[in-house]
Design a protein around this ligand. Structure first.
Ligand SMILES: [Zn+2]
Length: 244
């Protein structure tokens, strides 16, 4: 490879590889997040149900207390019956007992309802727990491959980033600035090869004169007249490619 253009080509290649792995990594992250969201949803639902269950238990305790109070009241009223001395006292006691028994009945109904609700909720929590562990297993199976790929991409990025920095130091200051300016304004590949007589950055077909110039002088470079990317003529590596 010619001396002058070599760092430029290496930089372009490193940069392209780096972008590929950065993209792959973020794509993998999204896939992993998506897989995790199913588990997260189950966990959230389970927490909600558990909170509901706690509330029910508190309500049960409250009703139980009231039941006890009511039962005590009734037994006290009952114990007073033999002491009744006249019609008026009898009528009062009868009313009080009726009222107390009515409330007791309501509380017992309430307790029954709550017990049923508790039972249903327990079943529901059991089901969601099963779903949670299923989705956890699925998540682990699904993501073990993804996590390996992600670690690999991270390792690649770890070696490509410093290489990119090293190569950027080797190219002339003017090109380095151009390169950085392009990337800041969103052109991710400021240096690219001529492919099929076109700029591989913007796909514009180049004038034969420009292509010929770079083809005969492979250690030089020119800017694309359309997108102003730096163009170079790539070395033919077909034999190497087919051997690989
Ligand atoms: Zn172009």
């Amino acid at each position: 490879m010619p001396q002058t253009i070599e760092p430029l080509i290496k930089l372009a290649e490193t940069d392209r590889d780096l972008q590929k792995f950065v993209f792959a990594k973020s794509h993998l992250e999204r896939q992993i997040d998506k897989a995790r969201s199913v588990v997260d949803q189950h966990q959230k639902t389970i927490q909600q149900k558990k909170d509901e269950f706690e509330l029910l238990i508190a309500e049960c305790k409250n009703v139980k207390n009231n039941l006890q109070i009511q039962e005590e009241l009734i037994s006290r009223l009952d114990s007073q019956v033999p002491k009744i001395r006249n019609e008026k006292e009898f009528a009062t006691s009868k009313n009080q007992l009726e009222e107390a028994r009515k409330i007791l009945g309501l509380l017992e109904d309430n307790m029954l309802d709550l017990d049923l609700k508790k039972e249903d909720l327990e079943k529901e929590i059991g089901t969601i727990n099963n779903q949670l562990s299923e989705s956890n297993t699925e998540f682990e199976q699904e993501t073990s491959g993804l996590l390996k790929k992600q670690a690999k991409a991270e390792k690649k990025i770890g070696t490509l980033e410093p290489r990119r920095k090293r190569l950027l130091k080797k190219v002339p200051q003017k090109i380095k600035r151009f390169f950085e300016r392009c990337q800041e304004s969103g052109i991710s590949t400021p240096i690219c090869a001529i492919e099929d007589k076109s700029c591989s950055g913007c796909n514009m077909v180049l004038l034969p004169q420009l292509v010929n110039e770079l083809m005969t002088n492979t250690d030089s470079h020119k800017n694309c007249p359309n997108c102003s990317r730096i163009l170079y003529f790539p070395e033919v590596e077909e034999e190497e490619d087919s051997a690989a």
